[in-house]
Design a protein around this ligand. Structure first.
Ligand code: ADP
Ligand code: MG
Length: 243
């Protein structure tokens, strides 16, 4: 059963002092799916990404990737293996241009590369996310919408098997949001498994194969977008307040 999953989180708990940010969270991701991770602010979504990507060590539990336990591996090692992420608070290299920002991704990625290859690949990815017309601009000049696309581009440059997207649509205009949804669909078609944290319900419900709802650090519900959006516990804890 577990061989069908590219990524598995087993009984993950994370404490910050007395605060239980995650409690016994179980999560599985198949190679051909988009999993939506939703829930109120403070539910533990970003903490879960930090544990999967290796930025935080869990107090209990294991992360299994591609059949191997990676719980003790560093973030850069996980990136080499094929786990890439975007940050909710975007973190570009401000004084580097977009091509250079995306090239950095290649050096941390799953494949060895050389400068000329990293550059041509960066240009290709910038074209894919719709930033090629401003590829020589410095990152500090970008709007929030373009910063989110740059985050996506840099993560893609690592050639990931699993991509963790932390609120890449929140804060965008509806038109930009639709554009990013189309990009996410294409990424899935290219064979990359995705977990997306998102508050924009239309987007996350429309694009996800399956949804997990976190609430106070625990899994409140799991199912298809339809099942989850009709779940009375979910409506009470989260959806009721945002519609
Ligand atoms: N590094 C940290 N130190 C202390 N508390 C943290 C830290 N990161 C997150 N938290 C707390 O853990 C809880 C979950 O946060 P987070 O995972 O960011 O939630 P979400 O992404 O679902 O909004 C919140 O109460 C938050 O304040
Ligand atoms: Mg968050």
């Amino acid at each position: 059963m577990s061989e069908n999953y590219i990524l598995k989180a087993e009984k993950i708990s994370k404490l910050f002092g007395g605060l239980v940010a995650l409690k016994d969270v179980e999560l599985e991701l198949a190679q051909d799916e988009i999993l939506g991770l939703i829930g109120p602010n403070g539910a533990g979504k970003t903490t879960m990404f930090n544990v999967i990507a290796g930025a935080l060590k869990p107090n209990t539990g294991n992360i299994v990737f591609n059949g191997t336990d990676i719980t003790t591996k560093r973030p850069d090692q996980r990136c080499h293996l094929g786990i890439a992420r975007t940050f909710q608070i975007t973190k570009p290299f401000q004084n580097m241009n977009l091509i250079e920002n995306v090239m950095v991704g290649s050096y941390f990625g799953t494949k060895q590369t050389i400068v000329s290859k990293a550059r041509s690949k960066a240009e290709e990815i910038l074209e894919f996310v719709g930033l090629s017309n401003i590829k020589t601009f410095e990152a500090k000049s970008l709007s929030i919408g373009n910063l989110k696309k740059l985050e996506l581009a840099r993560a893609l440059a690592t050639d990931p098997k699993v991509l963790l997207l932390d609120e890449v649509i929140g804060g965008l205009t509806p038109a930009e949001g639709n554009e990013v949804v189309e990009i996410i669909k294409k990424i899935k078609e290219s064979g990359i498994a995705i977990i997306m944290i998102e508050h924009v319900m239309k987007a996350v419900m429309g694009v996800s194969d399956r949804i997990i709802v976190l609430n106070y650090g625990e899994v409140l519900a799991e199912g298809t977008p339809k099942e989850v959006s009709e779940n009375s516990l979910v409506i009470e804890a989260y959806l009721g307040g945002i519609k």
